[in-house]
Design a binder for this molecule. Structure first.
Ligand SMILES: C=CC1=C(C)c2cc3[nH]c(cc4nc(cc5[nH]c(cc1n2)c(C)c5CCC(=O)O)C(CCC(=O)O)=C4C)c(C)c3C=C
Ligand code: FE2
Ligand code: FE2
Length: 339
């Protein structure tokens, strides 16, 4: 048997067409909000050398000896608080985004495009997504990871997973890997619209926090552009909406482990703001294209408690862009040159 796979082993029977396959990816969730499901998910996630960059052997001892014994039950509790009848919010929202994107692309007159969803960790896997496209005879693939701000830990890791699968294929498809859209005009428009929708319906907050998922500070020092891309996104929205710069803060959330992460930390900033007399904050999280554990549990619940307990009066969470029409339009604009 050959080490390289193909959809047929008959050389004259290859099915192929001139369709474009779009693999839309996001991070992924556990299959269930239970400790065993979390153990499987976290083992895959935290074994990724793009996510944890400490020496392999040492990390494997810590991961298997400590983290995978302790964290799964704690994380399962957190997931239970956001789990829906249909499962993970992140996966369900990504499905909706894919369905709407497929419809929009057809409405725009492209008849030859197939959208398939895949997750970097857990299910549906990147391998199953690529297999689906190959089964349809597609030899031209565009990969769109739904991370606006490139980071080695997210977009870079998605590229690893895609290429790992393709190293096993005999017929490697034509491939476009889209590696970020932190300043893409339609994404900035959609983000700005979500902020202005909020501002039109609520009193002006004292501060607006743009809270991005953090990474270890060492990633930045080693050359990862994520930190700068986050600031560029904030600045683009501030200038588009003409917001008062003094009212806007860029912060970083979701720390993991003991090392220093990107600062200022969201939770720490909220406590300090409240102590200094800030009464009303609004917070959004532009690094998340879909609401997920890190927004629904950490931002909307946990951080709100910190702010109110420290003396704050009003805390409003502005939802992720999810399946807003202007967000789906942004995906279309990003894909258009490749369709
Ligand atoms: C261990 C280090 C981690 C790095 C580095 C990291 C970067 C990073 N992550 C996202 C997006 C998401 N992360 C999510 C959950 C999550 N993240 C980590 C750890 C790191 N992330 C863990 C261990 C978890 C799992 C939950 C937990 O046990 O705490 C999610 C949510 C997934 C869901 O199912 O809802 C997202 C999305 C980005 C954008 C990023 C760096 C730029
Ligand atoms: Fe994360
Ligand atoms: Fe920077």
């Amino acid at each position: 048997m050959s080490r390289f796979s193909a959809i047929t082993d008959n050389p004259h029977e290859n099915r192929f067409n001139n369709k474009v396959g779009v693999l839309v990816t996001n991070l992924g969730s556990p299959d269930d909000a239970t400790t065993p499901a979390l153990r499987i998910y976290l083992r895959e996630f935290l074994s990724d050398p793009r996510i944890v960059e400490i020496p392999r052997v040492l990390w494997m001892i810590i991961l298997h000896g400590i983290i995978l014994r302790v964290r799964p039950s704690k994380s399962a509790q957190a997931y239970k608080s956001i789990w829906t009848e249909d499962g993970s919010p992140l996966i369900n929202i990504t499905k909706k985004q894919c369905d709407k994107l497929q419809k929009l692309i057809e409405k725009k007159g492209h008849e030859n495009v197939e959208i398939v969803m895949a997750m970097r960790y857990g299910n549906p896997s990147i391998e199953s997504g690529l297999e689906q496209l190959r089964e349809k005879g597609i030899t031209n693939i565009v990969v769109l990871p739904l991370y606006p701000q490139y980071s080695s830990a997210t977009t870079g890791s998605t590229f690893d997973a895609v290429s790992r699968v393709l190293t096993k294929w005999r017929w490697v498809p034509q491939l476009h890997f889209l590696n970020g859209y932190h300043d893409q005009p339609k994404y900035i428009e959609s983000l700005s619209n979500s902020v202005s929708d909020y501002l039109e319906n609520n009193p002006m907050p004292d501060k607006i926090l743009f809270s991005y998922h953090g990474t270890p500070k060492q990633f930045l020092l080693n050359g990862d552009p994520y930190h700068c891309f986050c600031h560029l996104t904030t600045n683009a929205v501030v200038s588009r909406l003409g917001l008062d710069k003094e009212k806007v803060l860029t912060t970083f959330q979701s720390r993991f482990g003991k090392a220093e992460w990107l600062k200022p930390y969201t939770d720490f900033t909220l406590k300090e703001l409240a102590k200094d007399g800030t009464e009303h904050v609004a917070i959004l999280s532009p690094a998340f294209s879909a609401d997920c554990l890190e927004t629904l549990e950490e931002l909307e619940e946990e951080n709100k408690e910190y702010f109110i307990e420290a003396g704050g009066k009003r805390y409003d969470y502005i939802p992720a862009l999810n399946d807003r029409d202007d967000h789906i339009e942004a995906f279309y604009e990003i894909l258009k040159p490749h369709l």
